[in-house]
Ligand binder design. Structure first.
Ligand code: OXD
Ligand code: MN
Length: 586
């Protein structure tokens, strides 16, 4: 089989010449194809079939132990001009990058099959969507792409004879970390990934296309590709407000996207609708407002810590048709992970294939072990996931993990100020992350590893988008992680976060007032519903307080970060910096 698209056929031929696969298989996306591929992978051991009574349609996979996370130091943006990639990216000259990777790709698929996966990010045919084609030698990749994106015949049909598409090439090659490269060529609409089998590096629709190339295309075409969840909150009258929210990793983004209202608020009649947990593509629609689609069709979530309390909706979703990666495999062919629901299995095989028992020093599941699950299986999924225009965004929420400094919630004064709030986002490292605990990492809009071009230009693009809108979303910042003197969290988090979202919703509908502070508007103490919580208004006051000295100190970090971008940094951001400095001085 080939396609009706001469350019696509020509490119596949060229890549075949380089990678030398034995066979080429065009993926049609059918159920029979899925069964055939699974059977093939069970034979080779690439996949293990799980207990079909307890986990129907579920399979298990282990990656190479040296290949368990995104390798940011091997990820490059290859633009002709180094400054276009910016200080926020690793950079290689396109010609050098192609040459270096070619050496690894050459003959890498000998003895293997090359799968050609046509995929659509966003509903097939939506004006928001983008088409890509990924060539890969991994069945695991095909089966994951099948869940995370829309694949197959419909996509090829939509592409027609001359549609635009992103060229994605992936080979596991020999999985050697010294011969691993994740290369983005925004000027060629091309991605080359070699030497890895880990999701974030190899599911090319996700971080590579939807964020790195997506952000580049977004600037060129006048839209935003963001590392954000999208959720709707239905109030007791049936009105649904949609929010997009960006958090650095380890801040509970997936849990927030599908939270279950706590008892007190459920009685009021609130309901959550999940649109996406990781990526938002946002455009200005004909009404002058910002509309968002989730370009993905599945969730690629972190397993450890996911349980019936932290995320009951996800626990319900992953009971069928799910790919489990690097979790603990039990004797009865079910799965478990640290921070999962009881019972703890008496014995199992860990993510490295070794025997594990409770008390074993090593973890049963890798801290970055994952599940891949169709979004439609989530009980809170919104039917707007398939809507061509997505959802209208009322508020954009930024957040981070800060033990001090940032109050529980505050609202930016204007869009421009909100861009400043996003640009100065930061999070403190937790024990689960490599590096010094407590150290503050700047991660503007949670896009530092994902912005496919110079971040100074990215801030400029955000400012420009604000000027173009007539129904501009409000911008907020939240911090669930403020602690008391002894290091205990002040706020209970999880489902209770809805109490803060309720205030945000009230602000968007001009129903509650804010209290002005130097950094933005915070809630009046009466306006956060504390019913049923063991929190006094005095405690809440502490969570909402602003310590000017801490903020003056924080500003030094802002300045240092912005200076990295030199004269490319937009003046408006420096204006906001100066305005804040002045307010803090009085
Ligand atoms: C992810 C990430 O996997 O942000 O979503 O790393
Ligand atoms: Mn992410």
């Amino acid at each position: 089989m080939t396609s009706k698209h001469p350019e696509l056929n020509k490119w596949v031929k060229e890549m075949v010449r380089m990678c030398q696969p034995d066979t080429i298989v065009w993926i049609d996306g059918s159920d029979e194809e899925k069964k055939r591929l699974e059977a093939e992978a069970f034979k080779t051991g690439e996949l293990i079939e799980l207990n079909q009574e307890k986990l129907p349609g579920c399979v298990y996979h282990r990656t190479n132990p040296s290949d368990v996370a995104r390798t940011e130091h091997l990820t490059y943006i290859c633009t002709k001009n180094k400054n276009d990639a910016g200080p926020n990216n690793n950079w290689m000259k396109p010609a050098d990058a192609y040459k270096k990777a070619k050496e690894i790709f050459k003959g890498s698929m000998a003895g293997r099959i090359m799968y050609v996966i046509p995929f659509s990010m966003g509903p097939v045919g939506s004006p928001f969507s983008k088409i890509g084609v990924e060539l890969t030698d991994s069945i695991y990749v095909v089966l994951n792409m099948r869940i995370m994106t829309r694949i197959g015949r419909d996509v090829l049909e939509k592409l027609g004879k001359d549609g635009d598409f992103t060229k994605g090439l992936h080979s596991k090659a020999d999985l050697d970390v010294n011969r691993r490269l994740i290369l983005h060529f925004p000027e060629d609409n091309t991605i080359w990934s070699v030497g890895s089998g880990y999701g974030g590096n190899v599911l090319l629709g996700k971080k590579c296309l939807s964020l790195r190339l997506g952000s580049y295309l977004g600037r060129k075409e006048g839209w935003l590709a963001e590392h954000m969840l999208i959720m709707g909150i239905e109030d007791p009258t049936g009105y649904i407000a949609y929010f997009a929210a960006a958090f650095p990793s380890a801040c509970g983004k997936t849990n927030l996207a599908m939270l279950v209202p706590p008892e007190g608020l459920k009685k009021k009649g609130y309901r959550i609708w999940t649109v996406g947990d990781d990526i938002a593509w946002m455009r200005i629609d004909t009404d002058g407002g910002l509309w968002a689609v989730n370009p993905e069709a599945g969730f690629f979530g972190v397993a450890p810590g996911t349980n019936a309390k932290t995320n009951p909706n996800m626990m319900a979703a992953i009971k069928k048709n799910t790919i489990y990666t690097n979790v603990l495999l039990t004797k009865e062919k079910t799965v478990w992970w640290e921070g999962g629901d009881p019972p703890i299995p008496s014995e199992g095989i860990d993510w490295q294939g070794k025997v594990w028992q409770p008390g074993t020093k090593e973890l049963g599941a890798h801290p970055n072990s994952r599940f891949t699950v169709p979004a439609m299986q989530c009980p809170s999924i919104s039917n707007r996931l398939e809507h061509h225009h997505g959802v209208p965004i009322s508020a954009i929420i930024f957040g981070g993990r800060r033990a001090k400094l940032a109050p529980l919630v505050y609202e930016a004064f204007t869009w421009q100020h909100g861009v400043y709030v996003g640009a100065t986002m930061a999070s403190e490292r937790t024990a689960a992350q490599y590096g010094k605990q407590g150290e503050v990492r700047r991660d503007p809009m949670a896009m530092l590893p994902f912005c496919g071009y110079n971040m100074a230009d990215y801030f400029k693009h955000w400012l420009k988008m604000g000027q173009k809108m007539t129904r501009t979303p409000k911008i907020f910042n939240v911090n669930w992680f403020k602690t008391d003197e002894t290091g205990n969290f002040l706020w209970p988090g999880f489902g209770e976060n809805l109490r803060v979202l309720e205030w945000i919703m009230g602000r968007c509908r001009y129903k509650v007032q804010g209290v002005e502070t130097p950094i933005g508007y915070v809630p009046k103490l009466d306006d956060i519903d504390l019913t049923g919580l063991d929190i006094t208004q005095n405690d809440l006051g502490k969570m909402l307080s602003i310590d000017k000295n801490e903020w003056v100190e924080e500003l030094k970090g802002h300045e240092e970060f912005f200076k990295m971008f030199g004269s490319r940094m937009p003046k408006e951001i420096w204006d906001e910096y100066k305005a804040l400095k002045k307010k803090l001085a009085v």
